[in-house]
Design a protein around this ligand. Structure first.
Ligand code: URA
Length: 261
């Protein structure tokens, strides 16, 4: 079946957006199915695929090897140093497709820290976590415990937006884990709130789903101190399933009570 008419540029863009293609990886388009490219492509059985050329990155000093960078992240003396280390870090491929690093927002002296999964489109543009629609709901959740962004600290397990908001791979999560662990250690909050399943499972080392983990006090062990931690629903999930807001509200009440104590 052939379509009656060719789609307009706007319709094509809408189609791409819906499919999660919302950022350009290169300045020039590449026709990956043109005859010449297919003819010129090496036979994958005969010859191994060529490795893509590394992206040129402007910097004054060479970045340390990823494993060295991860080791030094574990002892970063301050949040500023940790942030600078991440800016230099080349061990996570997500960095090359993201617009910028999304490190954190809020008050590093806060008694409460929220950790989400990974930045989305708006966060990638602004360089701040939770500024899109789910961020607006997170603001309301924070307001429900009598606080605002100046009195909380917000970060993500992964500090770069996965292309098209895809789920980060377990490898990407493991590579970024030492950085968020050190971030939590340096902020040293009284209460840690993990938002949604991925952040909860990664940080609180559980395989249980959010329905079971939410609303229970758990320990987050930094190695030198145990921090009270609670999982609750991710605001994006609450936007899709508003009937769970009632349970999220219960979690927030428990968190508010813990902060009073
Ligand atoms: N979802 C997240 O997990 N983090 C953000 O920063 C935004 C949306």
């Amino acid at each position: 079946m052939t379509p009656d008419r060719a789609p307009t540029a706007q319709e094509l863009l809408a189609f791409y957006l819906e499919a999660g293609v919302d950022c350009a990886l290169m300045d020039e388009p590449v026709n990956r199915i043109s005859d010449e490219r297919v003819a010129a492509a090496p036979d994958p059985v005969q010859s191994p695929p060529a490795r893509p050329a590394p992206m040129p990155v402007a910097r004054s000093e060479p970045a340390p090897a990823p494993d060295v960078a991860i080791q030094s992240a574990r002892t970063a003396p301050s949040l500023e140093v940790l942030r600078a280390m991440l800016e230099q870090f080349d061990g996570c491929a997500l960095k090359s497709t993201a617009t910028r690093l999304v490190f954190a927002d809020g008050n590093p002296q806060a008694r409460i820290m929220f950790v989400g999964e990974a930045p989305g489109r708006e966060e990638d543009i602004e360089g701040l976590p939770f500024v899109g629609r789910s961020g607006q709901l997170l603001n309301r959740m924070i307001a429900a415990i009598g606080l605002d962004r100046t009195r909380v600290y917000i970060a993500n397990v992964i500090p770069w937006r996965p292309p098209g908001n895809r789920t980060p791979t377990p490898q990407e999560t493991q590579i970024c884990l030492p950085f968020i662990q050190r971030q939590i250690e340096l902020v040293n909050p009284d209460v840690l709130v993990t938002l949604g399943n991925p952040s909860t499972q990664t940080l609180l080392s559980t395989r249980e789903g959010i329905m079971k983990t939410r609303g229970r006090w758990l320990d987050y062990d930094t190695g030198t101190r145990k921090i009270r931690a609670m999982a609750t629903f991710h605001p994006a999930y609450l936007l899709r399933s508003p009937s769970y807001k009632r349970l999220a509200w219960q979690d927030l009440r428990a968190i508010a009570k813990a902060l009073q104590g």
